[in-house]
Ligand binder design. Structure first.
Ligand SMILES: [Zn+2]
Length: 308
């Protein structure tokens, strides 16, 4: 199954991606991981990516697509992949579609994990973590019993600087401007499905797998059936065509033949039954002879029985 996951920062799509990897045994491809792997391996793409990052530039779409294509060629991606974090905008989605079309592996599903913006704001700005034990809280959804104090170790809770309201609002705005239009892009292709990203993680995942089972699995089944039915139909049509051609050839032969040859052919067909009739007569005459055989055969059996 070939899936793109869509969702705003804080939508929880990363969590769903990991659950999908475990359930369906297909790799999750996040561009960040791919970048790190290529740079670490020192590949040509990795070197180009590193040069861009070192000079403070964005890694080009061409490099990212190259990394995705290289990743798709690995054996574990044979039965599919989950793309998370790419594409982020329409041009990237178009380039991705073109590349996957060349590979004959088009996307089957774009899954949007949908969460209202005010909930996203609370999820992202409400995060607090314990400076001592690392426990994570959210002042709106899973607040500590005492404000700013860890339930487990009484350590002081910290608020990351990039979780402040202004930064979070900016990230969500960028998402709305660039990535949200992808929803319509995939909707137009008939590939978009939406799952509400609110509630228990397991309940959301159940909805995700329900969508996958109903959208991708039956489609794969139907496509398989259509293909085998088409193959049977083609074989049938070919056989019929061959038979028709043979019949036409035979008819043409008779039509072309001279009256004398026609008469000869007619005679040949007339004499054939006479020959056939003669054969049964001979066979019938021979029949009485084998009749004696079973009697002979029975005797040794009876003797063998008596001997016992
Ligand atoms: Zn703690």
């Amino acid at each position: 199954m070939r899936i793109v996951l869509l969702g705003a920062p804080g939508s929880g799509k990363g969590t769903q991606a990991k659950l999908l990897v475990d359930k369906y045994k297909i790799p999750q491809m996040s561009t960040g991981d791919l970048l790190r792997a290529e740079v670490a391996a020192g590949t040509d793409l990795g070197k180009r990516a590193k040069a861009a990052m070192d000079s403070g530039q964005l890694v080009t779409d061409e490099v990212v697509l190259g990394m995705i294509q290289a990743r798709l060629a690995k054996p574990d991606a044979k039965s599919g992949f989950i793309l998370d974090g790419f594409p982020r905008n329409i041009p990237q989605a178009q380039s991705l579609d073109a590349m996957l079309a060349r590979l004959g592996q088009p996307l089957q599903l774009a899954l949007l994990v949908d969460v209202d913006t005010d909930v996203l704001m609370k999820r992202l700005t409400g995060r607090r973590s314990c400076g001592s034990c690392g426990a994570i809280y959210n002042i709106y959804f899973s607040a500590p019993k005492t404000a700013n104090k860890c339930d487990k170790c009484s350590g002081a809770l910290q608020h990351r600087s990039d979780d402040n309201e202004q930064t979070v609002a900016n990230r969500l705005k960028v998402y709305q401007q660039q990535t949200a239009p992808l929803v319509n892009y995939y909707k137009a292709q008939g590939k978009l499905r939406t799952v509400r990203g609110v509630g228990a993680v397991s309940a959301i995942f159940k909805n995700v797998t329900d969508i996958i089972e109903s959208q991708i699995r039956p489609l794969a089944d139907v496509m398989g059936k259509i293909e085998s039915a088409a193959a049977r139909q083609a074989a049938k049509a070919k056989a019929a065509a061959v038979a028709k051609a043979a019949a036409a050839k035979a008819a043409a032969k008779v039509a072309k033949a001279s009256p004398a040859a026609k008469a000869k052919a007619l005679l040949a067909t007339k004499t054939k039954p006479a020959v056939k009739k003669a054969i049964p007569k001979k066979a019938a005459a021979k029949k009485p002879a084998p009749k004696a055989k079973p009697k002979k055969a029975r005797k040794p059996v009876a003797k063998a029985k008596k001997a016992k």
